[in-house]
Structures are given as C-alpha cells and as structure tokens.
Design a protein around this ligand. Sequence first.
Ligand SMILES: [Zn+2]
Length: 338
Amino acid sequence: MIKSSEYTLHFCCATRLRGSPAAPNHLQFFSVQLEHFKVLRVIRMICHPAPILCFLSDNEHKLDMCTRYWSMAENGTWAEKVTMLQEESGRSQRELLALIAASCRTYINGIRCHECGERPEVGTRQQFIAISKAFISNRHLHRCNACAQAAQARQMADVAAEEGRKKVQLSELLAPIEARMSLVDYGALEYTEAFFLYSALLAAGECWQGRHIMSVRVQPQNLAPTAEMATAIYMRLYDEGIIALSSCSSPKAFNVVDEAAGKFTFSPLEVAWTLALPKNDMPIEGILASLEKVLAQRDPATITQLWSMVAEAECERYFGELCTRYRFSKEVVFEIAP
Ligand SMILES: [Zn+2]
C-alpha cells in the first residue's frame, strides 16, 4: 500500500480534508483545534516519516496550495511540481512559499527529537528531505536545534572544565621547576648560546615580554629555515637552563605520562617559555644589550659552524619546496643525495 522510496522514506498522497470526493484509504485525517497556533484543521498522513499539516487558515485556495505542495505520490516523489502550483496560482516561488508558510505549519510525522520529543517543523520540501535523510542515516535519531545547541554548550563547558583541570595540573608540575631556575649571567654566555638566544628573542618580537616568550607557533617571524632547526635552538637553550617551560603554556602542548612522578613530554614548538632571571640585578630588558656584547667578540670557528648549520637548513628548506613542486618524495631525494 505504502511504498518505500530509495531514501527508505515512506511517501504517500495527501488529499484535502474537506471537499475530497474519495480520500485514499491509506490516509487518516483528523481535525484538531490548537488555540495557540489557531490551527483549524490537521491532516495527518500515516506514512513514516511524512508531512503533518496544521492549517492556519480556512481559505479554500490557501488550503489547496498547502495540501498540493506537501502531497506525495506513492512512487516516492512529490505529487506535483512547484512550477505547476506557481503557474496555477500566478505566484513566484517565493510568494508561493510565503503563502504556504502563512497558511500552514508542517511537521514531520515519525520523527521526534530523541531528547525533548519535539517534532521538527519544516518550511520547504528541501528541508523535509534533508531532515528525513539525516534521520535515517543517523540510525533513526533526530536532535532538534535547541537540543543540539544545548548539547554543544554542554560539550564546550566540559572542554573548558577539562582544560582548566589540565592548566592546574600543568601549573603544579611546572611551577616548582620554574622556581628552581638558576640565575643566568647573560653577558657571559658562550657565543653559540648568545647567538641562539638573540635570534630567538628577535624572532619572537612582541611575543617576548619580560621573562615570557610565547610559543614559536604564534610568533610573527620564522626563527630558522626549518622547524627542526628552530626546535634544536630552543632545546639547546632549555638544556642550558637559559629558558624553562612556562606554566602559562597551553596544556595541549604537553602529554603527562606519570602525574605522580612528574613525568611528561612536550612539543618544543607549542610550549611557552620563561627566561631565567639575570644575574647581578640586571633588568630583563638589558638582555639584548648583553647578548650583543657577546656577539661582538667574534669567534670565527663557532661562526663557521653556525653558518654551516644555517646554510644546511636553508638548503633543506629550499629542496623541500622543490620536492613539493616537482612531486618528489622529500625522503627519497635526501636518501639518494651524495
Ligand atoms: Zn529537542
């Protein structure tokens, strides 16, 4: 009697309640007076899912348009083309939809929000099909917009709470380490360390304020030609105790392995850093001047080493780009290189 379409929707014909000479026997009609919506008549189609029309008018023409717009043939298609209704009524599609929206409310029978039980209200055939298809592909579950928004808000609150918890956890792990940092005489650093720190601070730009250096990922300038070199620079400064992990870092940059034992791993380019306090009561703003003094004492052997390191990283970056352009595999090219 009622066919399933390829969408596995059950479609059926709708017929006007009043004046219909012979309503198809697979349709059930009933009238309901809902004061709130001033619903005059309701046609319910027993198919599943199917439109339920709540008429808001008793104008024959308007009811005719509503019913014909929402009527479906047994082969699973809409009974009449919208263009036909437009031609007959002399209205544009927009005007026709406006008339229908003002004359009836349309719900989907067979679909209810699985949280609050509300039936979805639709204004067009496209909305009807979209919600019905989503309902079917979602294992016959539908969540209304209000419930979806509430669920999203709950999820965001959970995420925020979890982030807050991780922040506290991180702070408890890192604060003691930060507090134990030794004072550093920035004017007595080795050439390489001074070179690395100077470069790191300049690249950080406004992302360096006082003792705080934001993560490399948010810094405006590239510190080094490759991410590997930037990582190596920060890790060298970290290993030498010149910078420490900041408890202001994003918890996402850390992976706590054993909280009780204080064991964790971190992503060097994602974490934020704290500069060690300078020795001799030197203001933190004076660091650059101290580093410039160290760099002024040229050390040819170290400069050659650093130059090689930078040149090699520049080549790697350049050839990496070429590999992408010519669709070579970067790994293979570097393997076959002499
Ligand atoms: Zn709901």
